[in-house]
Design a binder for this molecule. Structure first.
Ligand SMILES: [Zn+2]
Ligand SMILES: [Zn+2]
Ligand SMILES: [Zn+2]
Length: 138
């Protein structure tokens, strides 16, 4: 997902193009990491002095409903990032310090699947948390 694709999704769903929405998406595109609503507010409040948490949350939920952003909870706080461009099944290593992610293409379900034959698995979530190389060397 990139800004243009995201804007097309919004337009197709009948949502207005606003500078605020475009700037929020640009922030996610630039940062390429998980951001909280607070991060978004801090980055945009100079440009939009009246910007409220409420507005940000509403837009972030909209973006994640439309699969523009994906959400997860880290340290008890909801964070968002641009949805991955690849449709290939994968999971993420997530740095808890900077929010950057790396793809891992092996899936733990592959080995678990056969262990519970009576349970019909319809989906799963798997994330690995830690410190990335950059944050470890600081
Ligand atoms: Zn991914
Ligand atoms: Zn990091
Ligand atoms: Zn998987």
């Amino acid at each position: 997902m990139n800004i243009d694709q995201a804007m097309t999704v919004l337009k197709n769903k009948g949502y207005k193009h606003t500078d605020k929405r475009a700037d929020m998406l640009k922030l996610f595109a630039d940062q390429k990491r998980y951001l909280s609503a607070k991060d978004v507010l801090e980055s945009l409040q100079d440009e939009y002095p009246g910007l409220s948490f409420d507005t940000i949350y509403r837009n972030l939920s909209l973006f994640s409903d439309l699969n523009i952003l994906e959400a997860t909870e880290l340290d008890g706080e909801k964070r968002f990032r641009f949805s991955c461009a690849t449709s290939e099944h994968h999971h993420h290593l997530i740095c808890l310090d900077c929010g950057k992610t790396k793809h891992i293409h092996s899936c733990p379900m592959d080995s678990l699947d056969t262990m519970y034959p009576d349970f019909e698995v319809t989906g799963h979530k798997f994330e690995i948390y830690g410190k990335c190389e950059e944050c470890r060397s600081e």
